[in-house]
Design a protein around this ligand. Sequence first.
Ligand SMILES: Nc1ncnc2c1ncn2[C@@H]1O[C@H](COP(=O)(O)OP(=O)(O)OP(=O)(O)O)[C@@H](O)[C@H]1O
Length: 230
Amino acid sequence: MDKNIVLKTEHIDKYFYDPVEFQVLKNIAFEVEKGEFLTLVGKSGSGKSTLLYILSTMDRDYKGNLIIDNELITGKSVDELATIRNEKIGFVFQFHYLLAEFTCLKNVMIPALKLGKHSPKEIEERAYEKLKMLDMQDQALKPANKLSGGQQQRIAIARALINDPLIIMGDEPTGNLDSKNTDIVFDIFKDLTRNFGQTIIAVTHDDEFAQKSDRTIEMKDGTIIGSHTN
Ligand SMILES: Nc1ncnc2c1ncn2[C@@H]1O[C@H](COP(=O)(O)OP(=O)(O)OP(=O)(O)O)[C@@H](O)[C@H]1O
């Protein structure tokens, strides 16, 4: 098998017990290849966010297996998961959660400072590199809250890239953007997958965004009902 699989789920089931027992995910099994731009779609309540939470190693309470980078993630401790997450996963959310008073540069540096693998000077250089990739280097020293929504999302993408993650997970990454900025974010994701071998898994309600991605997994009532190569 010469496919380069970066993430795999095997028969993932998940239940919620409050207020009554309810199976939110049923037998979720799929693989994601390196460099793939994958979108997860489905009606509200179909289980997309619950699944993304598991894929991003933030939820440990499920049945089945999650494998990332050929390593079994299921069963690891909270601390082990935090390390794996910092090293291998970048996050882009609907709301960017930038620290408003901090400069853009500092915001981008934070996940690398937390990881503590490089000196602050090296991290600053890397942060400038990422800002440059996103054409945001001129904004580096501005406080994050002085930028437009679209610009702030680009800073959030630079922040997600700072530790050179294996996978970027997006939870409605364009949910708060107008169509022009949605297109910009889409083009950035496409460029990252095409030219930098980045893998992206994004939950979206935007059908057009999904149809332009490489592959769309469709969920309904906690199951995968389709996987379409676009
Ligand atoms: N903590 C929880 N306890 C109980 N039920 C929950 C919990 N979180 C989510 N659910 C239920 O699980 C189902 C799936 O929710 P989830 O948020 O994963 O759906 P979704 O597809 O991401 O929806 P949306 O598109 O609206 O974000 C829903 O019926 C929701 O009400």
